[in-house]
Ligand binder design. Sequence first.
Ligand code: DC
Length: 223
Amino acid sequence: MSSSIPVVTIDGPSGVGKGTLAQFLVQKTGFHLLDSGAIYRALAFGAVQDGIALDDIAKLVALANALPVEFIGTDILYNKEDITAQVRTEEIAGVASTIAVIPEVRAALLARQKAFATEPGLIADGRDMGTVVFSTAKIKVYLTASAEIRAQRRVKQLKSQGVSANIDQITRDIEMRDERDLNRKTAPLKPADDAIVIDTSYLDIDAVCQKVLSLVKEQALMA
Ligand code: DC
């Protein structure tokens, strides 16, 4: 990454509002978007499709190195097939979080993520954007919220898509993923030392968006 490219990193657990904040900042700044979770989900999708065992490091790395994923607007294409809805399932999220523990898999996906940092700038959403992938980013934001509140938001989101959801099951899934993301040895989920930590549990997402936008303006990151 050229350090002259402005990068804003947004890290935190799932369901914390990262995606909403990232989309808002993309609209306001005109910067590119990296949804790094979508890359891990696309790899999970490919691994399931190819019947790769989730502990077969060599095959997972080979797939990661040649991952046929493309991002067109908000669509995720895999081998030119639209998999946007298919990668949003809890099952794929679980597989993504399982294979994301493997250091060799993370290393194989690094260059692909760094390549997103081009003019005029980048909004990077994930777990290790500020700590590993863009460790020299100008602005680092880390969002948090309790697992219960994140589960409630997820259920609401699923219901709005016409999908029925069990709050206890969703809370358990979220806690299990948190556990894996927080405790893995490589690039565990944690705020960078220089990150601004925002608890979104009782904060309106609009307020979070405005707060981060004012930081971007203060730092004069936009042209
Ligand atoms: O953000 P998401 O829910 O789409 O991410 C799915 C999984 O991918 C998440 O549980 C852990 C993994 N992931 C990761 O390890 N590092 C990232 N930068 C982004 C996602």
